[in-house]
Design a protein around this ligand. Structure first.
Ligand code: SF4
Length: 354
């Protein structure tokens, strides 16, 4: 069987140098030339790489692949320009990617897996379980498609969140390769500080990440201050409880000096009382961190109600009064299928019904 063509977006600069010298018998400096075409010029076709010799371009056409994502749908919010893509991968599986426009810049949320097995009760991405991990190239390509769309407006992606479907730390190596590729000065040159990796709380992977001392932000999905409530919302808590998770977070801060971001989705009657706010402040005492309060999106399949705006404000005030910095995340794309995985779930339902 012929080898699968190499997905060029999936190679770090070092890997590309190795591949060019070992497999293509080319000098290593060609890697920087190719990187320039991929990430600065953002071409979608190797034949456009005009400073490469014609024979090499022909060989690259045969040995590599570049554009593998097919746009299935695109929704654009009339309220704030949030753009949500549903992409089909080469095997037909679908993933979501979102562009969000903030007053401080543009962020892109990428998926790292097709579906997710973590089973968080408030999340649509996990409804069909994990289908497969994404490759580094498939994660990078999501960002490239977003950047190309923004190129038309003269805009740049300023930050990236690995917060779409999937648990990035369960798909560790491809997620880290993605970070290496997009932060490379020869690549998109996005600063490590502008990358956020979200995790459900895979404790061993948090230690591993801490030891690598990357300058990225760790966003931990906490969502409750006691084990009973958290285990009900997030099955992962049965494997790694809050105490073990917090220990890992302290370690991460010690190693990286990066303040931890805690995600807390407020769900009416589950985790939004004043006592729970106090317990949360208590839990996080002494750890440099920030709490992002998220008005949970309604997922029809889950039937979870969101906390009222007044109660969300009161919860935030309680935390801030107790010395735990907390802000309420601004809702983006409220008029489109904004919950993580919702667009993909809707698409699957339509396909199943057709
Ligand atoms: S919130 Fe994240 S980790 Fe939890 S099920 Fe959804 S995609 Fe998976």
């Amino acid at each position: 069987m012929a080898p699968m063509p190499v997905h060029l977006y999936g190679l770090t600069l070092e890997q590309m140098q190795e591949w060019l010298t070992a497999d293509m018998q080319q000098p290593a400096y060609r890697a920087k030339q190719i990187y320039h075409w991929l990430y600065q010029r953002r071409v979608e076709d190797v034949t456009a790489m005009s400073d490469l010799p014609a024979f090499l371009r022909a060989e690259l056409v045969a040995a590599t692949r570049l554009a593998t994502l097919r746009e299935v749908t695109r929704q654009v919010s009339k309220l704030d320009g949030t753009t949500k893509f549903l992409f089909a991968l080469e095997d037909g599986a679908t993933i979501e990617t979102v562009i969000m426009r903030h007053d401080y810049g543009i962020s892109v949320c990428v998926s790292t897996q097709v579906g997710c097995k973590m089973g968080c009760k408030f999340c649509a991405s996990t409804l069909g379980g994990l289908i497969r991990h994404l490759t580094a190239g498939e994660i990078v390509e999501q960002l490239l498609v977003a950047q190309r769309m923004l190129d038309a407006e003269g805009l740049r992606v300023s930050s990236v969140v690995l917060m779409g479907s999937g648990e990035p730390l369960e798909n560790y190596d491809p997620s880290m390769a993605f970070i290496d590729i997009v932060t490379d000065a020869e690549g998109l040159g996005i600063g490590q500080r502008h990358i956020t990796v979200s995790t459900v709380g895979l404790v061993p992977a948090i230690y591993r990440l801490a030891d690598e001392r990357r300058g990225i932000t760790l966003a931990v999905s906490l969502h409750a201050a006691d084990d009973e409530t958290r285990s009900r919302m997030m099955p992962i808590n049965k494997a790694y409880n809050i105490a073990r998770l917090l220990e890992a977070c302290h370690y991460y801060y010690e190693k990286t000096s990066r303040r931890i971001s805690f995600e807390y989705a407020l769900i009416a009657g589950h985790n939004d009382s004043r006592d729970q706010a106090r317990a949360l402040a208590d839990l996080l005492k002494g750890l440099p961190c920030h709490v992002n309060l998220i008005p949970v999106n309604y997922v029809p399949e889950r039937n979870l109600e969101r906390t009222s705006a007044n109660q969300i404000r009161a919860f935030a005030k309680e935390l801030n009064d107790l010395g735990t910095p907390a802000t309420v995340r601004r809702e983006m794309g409220g008029d489109i299928a904004a919950a993580c995985g919702q667009l993909r779930a809707e698409h699957a339902a339509i396909k199943a019904g057709s």
